[in-house]
Design a protein around this ligand. Structure first.
Ligand code: ADP
Ligand code: TYD
Length: 706
């Protein structure tokens, strides 16, 4: 990561700035205390300092983001760094409490403009797929420099105390030295950023004149409100911070209830940070390429669940262990969320989005820090007697922690649902295989189209339903693309010819690869471009048919085929798959229009469209041979002098396997499938399909600006 020179420079600069920031925080706090004599005066002044530092975010946050999106980012960072340098130098020079507060306010306000400019520029310096690693490094340096700053500050204090008695310059100057050091880091930062020529102004697409300043702020807000992914992220981040805020606000009280003292509190806090750092550093690596959008929701939920357990279990040791997990979940969620925001928010909106998130986070934290202890006080401490000696703790701390945990769970689930782009891919198996180092399916770019597949046996009524659905959707004015799961492209058609050529005697693996090639063409040339345009794509058969048919006839492993299919289609999964489920006895090759004789009488008229001539054994044979050229249909081929009945039985068994194959696929992902009884009247089936498709069309957020 650090081999990218531009990023390395930025990273060094960020580390220095963080170090400076922490020292500045320590120094200003110490200075405030020095400037006041009475204890309550000190407490009051420190309180004012914190408020002063939080205020700009509340008032100026959105403004700052819009500003950062309009100005040249490099110049913004350079100028704000120089201003902060000046402000920090002025604090010890002027040396009054009033100026300290004013300067702190100004520093914070300037930082507000600087931070979104910085966050928005990182994606310019680092390739997209390495953003997560970049963020992990940055965040580790941001928080990892805190103990270093504390150590340096202590060292400075010691030096000035020992030297202060002899050399007057050093008297009372640990704070000043820290402030000068801080000022110097900003100057250094300005110089480093000056050298980063690659980051410029936010890219704005050529869509006429720029909106006014206010309009650009509302544009940012609207974006966060409308975009499913960003909305999920923001809600998740706020929930996560609310949970963390609960822990910070109540940690000491919680430890007290469990009979621990200050050192236990220290350990508890340390545990959170160990988890946090571990999660940030190891989480993204450990989970390889697991879907980031999912990871975020899963981790916020996980943190919530663990927090709930911490609230309920009255044991300090277990709590300390669990709190490591809370921290780790939070750490992974934080890196992931941050990276997603950088990667998924378009360049022109990024500054505003980050600024908005930062302001919201601060408001959120402030509220929680104020409300949580108050709530605890209100609730007080009770024990609820259940029966006998069993008492349940119902003190304020437990209740509020429990509430915080539950909130995080709810918010995590919400975020997960909002952001999930992999509807239909089961959560746990994917997570599990990611943990074992398997490469998961790639996350696909988002599109505003809708992808519907219709599957089912021969003659199940797929074409009929596809056509009904097409004409209904077309009436709504949306672009509808109807396509077919095999042989839909020029190359695909040639492949299909080969696949359906009985004289080719394809090996099952060859067959699978040719089928995969056909699907790859289909997805990349037909389906993907249509979805990218926002069209509704309906395909008559998709991967399921391939898997169901090939697995029914040859000894290919369904799981292996699924991996191949996922690779070939780049994991493009339909938003909805309609499975027209027809009993094997009724599945017919419509082109031959044959009712196999051995079935006659058994299923008479259960389905009206068995409109064929009364069949004979030879016709059955012909029918089978009709499909015999199709991939996978072994039974009947080369059957020599076997009787029609034998062949029929084989065909039936084969079709049962096909049907079972379809049904198994549907059972694995019930959320994505609509399985309908294909013997029902076609209009009834259509109505059911239509209702679901209508819901999906509505749920899919309209593209921004549409
Ligand atoms: N729900 C239904 N009930 C009875 N007959 C149907 C139904 N749906 C379609 N059919 C008829 O069954 C035959 C095969 O339907 P088709 O849509 O071509 O199937 P597929 O595309 O699955 O091969 C056609 O003659 C069609 O009119
Ligand atoms: C798509 C596909 C079809 N088939 C079989 C299923 C059908 O019996 C036959 C023809 O399928 P298809 O051409 O899709 O049309 P229909 O079901 O409308 O006749 O080929 C396979 O064996 N493997 C496949 O991958």
């Amino acid at each position: 990561m650090l081999r990218i020179p531009e990023f390395r420079r930025m990273w060094i600069q960020l580390s220095l700035s963080s170090l400076g920031d922490w020292m500045g925080l320590l120094a200003t706090t110490a200075l405030v205390a020095q400037l006041q004599n009475s204890f309550s005066g000190q407490a009051y002044a420190i309180g004012s300092l914190l408020i002063v530092r939080l205020m700009p975010a509340l008032i100026l946050g959105p403004l700052a983001g819009a500003l950062a999106d309009r100005l040249d980012r490099r110049m913004t960072m350079v100028v704000t760094d120089v201003i902060r340098f000046g402000l920090f130098v002025s604090i010890p020079l002027i040396g009054t409490l009033e100026w300290l507060l004013i300067a702190s306010f100004l520093v914070e306000a300037v930082t507000l403009v600087w931070a979104p400019a910085k966050d928005a520029s990182v994606p310019h310096l680092v390739p997209r797929e390495r953003l997560a690693a970049a963020n992990t490094l940055s965040l580790i340096m941001t928080y990892g420099t805190a103990p270093l700053a504390a150590a340096i500050f202590t060292l400075l204090a010691t030096i000035s105390r020992t030297l202060g008695s002899s050399v007057s310059f050093f008297r009372d100057s640990s704070v000043d030295l820290a402030l000068y050091f801080n000022a110097a880091t900003f100057l250094g930062s300005a110089i480093v950023i000056w050298g980063l020529k690659n980051i410029g102004r936010a890219a704005r697409p050529d869509t006429g004149p720029e909106p006014g300043f206010l309009a650009s702020i509302t544009e940012g807000w609207r974006f966060v409100g409308q975009d499913r992914l960003v909305r999920g992220l923001v809600v998740g981040i706020l929930g996560g911070f609310a949970g963390a805020g609960c822990v910070i606000a109540l940690g000491r009280l919680y430890v007290g209830i469990l009979g621990g003292g200050d050192s236990a509190y220290g350990i508890l806090f340390g545990a959170v940070f160990v988890g946090l750092a571990g999660g940030m550093a190891a989480g993204p690596k450990l989970l390889g390429d697991y879907s980031r959008t999912r990871l975020f929701g899963v981790c916020v939920t996980g943190a919530g669940i663990t927090l709930v357990i911490v609230a309920i279990i009255p044991n300090l040791v277990i709590a300390c262990i669990l709190v490591v997990a809370v921290g780790a979940f939070a750490g992974v969620a934080w890196v992931t969320g941050y990276t997603l925001l950088q990667a998924e928010v378009s360049d022109e909106l990024r500054g505003r989005t980050f600024a908005l998130v930062q302001s919201l986070v601060r408001v959120d934290l402030l509220l929680v820090l104020a409300v949580a202890p108050a709530l605890v006080g209100l609730i007080g401490s009770h024990g609820i007697h259940l029966w006998g000696d069993i008492t349940v703790r119902a003190d304020g701390v437990t209740v509020v922690l429990l509430g915080g945990g539950l909130l995080a769970v709810a918010v995590g689930l919400f975020a997960y649902r909002q952001m999930d782009e992999r509807v239909g891919v089961a959560v746990w198996p994917e997570l599990w295989s990611a943990l074992r180092g398997r490469k998961p399916a790639p996350t696909r770019p988002r599109h505003s189209g809708l992808f519907v597949a219709v599957e089912g046996a021969e003659g199940a009524g797929r074409s009929t339903q596809v056509e009904l659905l097409r004409s209904w959707l077309a009436a709504s004015g949306r672009e509808v693309v109807v396509t077919s799961g095999s042989g839909a492209t020029a190359t695909g058609a040639r492949l299909r010819e080969l696949l359906f050529d009985p004289s080719a005697h394809l090996h099952p693996r060859t067959e699978a690869l040719l089928a995969a090639a056909d699907r790859a063409e289909h997805v990349s040339r037909v389906i993907e471009p249509a979805l990218a345009r926002g069209a509704i794509v309906i395909t008559d058969r998709y991967v399921d048919s391939w898997v169901a048919f090939q697995c029914a006839s040859r000894s290919v492993d369904a799981a292996e085929l699924a991996v191949l299919a996922q690779w070939a289609t780049q994991a493009l999964i339909p938003d909805l798959t309609v499975l027209l489920d027809l009993p094997a006895e009724l599945a017919l090759p419509p082109e031959t229009g044959v009712t196999p004789q051995f079935l006659a009488g058994e299923h008479d008229g259960a389905r009206a469209h068995a409109d064929a001539d009364p069949a004979t054994a030879t016709a059955t044979d012909a029918a089978i041979n009709g499909i015999g050229g199709k991939p996978g249909v072994e039974p009947g081929r080369g059957s020599g002098d076997r009787s029609g009945e034998e062949i029929g039985a084989e065909v039936l068994a084969y079709r049962r396997r096909v049907r079972d194959g379809f049904r198994r696929l549907a059972q694995e992902e019930p959320a994505r499938y609509l399985t309908v009884d294909a013997t029902r009247p076609r209009d009834e089936i259509h109505a059911e399909v239509r209702a679901i498709v209508a819901g999906r069309v509505k749920r899919r957020a309209a593209p921004l600006g549409a």
